[in-house]
Design a protein around this ligand. Structure first.
Ligand code: AHG
Ligand code: MN
Ligand code: MN
Length: 324
């Protein structure tokens, strides 16, 4: 059984980048442990604070953020971090080459009901000198990512990682405290009959999304000619993982509930890392109109519509957008 670091060495990943990944994973193992303790560790429930995006922070959002911030700032290779739960970018080590963006806990609404949550991370190189609290260093398109991954905390804890050489799965072996390789070069099936979208927002979507989902619901009698199944876990990590395992399409499109927000999900620590993973596994990822990784970010907390998964199905959704 190969451990993560052995796989990264084999793949020629430089030592300083391996170190950043390994530090991130130390944090994820700590989060996995706290999650497994649940009520015993007094970690369920909400805080009285809101994050910069106006969302009430769960205790575990805050704890997970602190865990990752602490462990990453100990790595001399990390210049700075950006997190969903930090208003601004945070400086770590001025000599560091790498910038890490992360969603410390994705799917927070699942915590108190004991369902799947995850951690998402993305690693960029700092292209200029300067302190890691300078947001401009981070504002690079997703195409510049040197690594991206997530850990899904489900019945087992699974790490999904890419450094641009395909996508591998690792399962946390709690006896040895290491993620070990359990599936190599994962490929997303190109076709699917399974979609994931929060249907309760239907009336707020744009016309192309309304039409595509209406046609999915018509099944084999409609223009798409197939009977669909639907899933919604309310954790992007869990949805993307299902898609990597058996195909599917996941959508969190733009909606008009709050016209100032171009989507719900955040580009730099949700959209981009997931897009990198999905594309590396042969899938596609788009806003409906452009590839997510081609977007030039203007803010670390920028939001983006997301449509990702099985290649042919995502391209079908893109055609609805071209037409309408
Ligand atoms: P987070 O918990 O990090 O704020 O992200 C939750 C996201 C995403 O994981 C999920 O797909 C979506 O929000 C769920 O949204 P709904 O509450 O609209 O279902
Ligand atoms: Mn999230
Ligand atoms: Mn989160």
């Amino acid at each position: 059984m190969m451990r993560v670091d052995e796989v990264l060495r084999r793949d020629g990943v430089p030592a300083d980048l391996r170190s950043v990944i390994n530090h991130t994973l130390i944090g994820c193992k700590e989060i996995a442990h706290k999650l497994s303790q649940g009520e015993l560790a007094g970690i369920l429930g909400s805080t009285e604070n809101e994050n910069v995006q106006g969302e009430t922070q769960k205790k575990l959002d805050v704890i997970s953020n602190e865990v990752l911030k602490q462990v990453l700032s100990q790595d001399p290779g990390v210049r700075g971090i950006a997190s969903e739960e930090e208003d601004n970018t945070v400086a770590c080590n001025d000599e560091g080459k790498y910038l890490v963006t992360f969603d410390p806990l994705d799917g927070s609404s699942n915590i108190d009901v004991n369902l799947s949550v995850g951690t998402i991370f993305s690693i960029l190189e700092a292209k200029q000198p300067g302190s890691g609290d300078n947001m401009d260093l981070f504002l690079q398109s997703g195409r510049n990512q040197v690594a991206a991954g997530y850990v899904l905390y489900g019945p087992s804890a699974i790490l999904v990682l890419t450094t641009g050489k395909g996508v591998n799965f690792f399962t946390l072996d709690r006896h040895i405290g290491e993620f070990v390789l359990t599936k190599e070069q994962v490929r997303i099936p190109e076709d699917t009959k399974e979609f994931a979208i929060n249907m309760s927002n239907q009336r707020f979507w744009e016309k192309p999304m309304q039409e595509y989902i209406a046609h999915c619901l018509q099944g084999e009698e409609g223009p798409l000619g197939k009977r669909y199944n639907m899933r919604w876990v309310a954790s992007m990590v869990a949805e993307v993982h299902r898609i990597l395992v058996r195909g599917g399409i996941f959508m969190y499109p733009w909606d008009s509930r709050d016209p100032s927000k171009p989507g719900k999900l955040r580009l730099m620590y949700e959209g981009n890392p997931m897009s990198f993973i999905v594309e590396q596994a042969g899938g596609r990822s788009t806003t409906g109109r452009e590839d997510i990784m081609d977007i030039q970010p203007e803010d670390i907390h920028q939001r983006v519509p997301v449509v990702l998964g099985s290649k042919n199905e995502v391209e079908t959704v893109m055609r609805y957008h071209q037409a309408g």
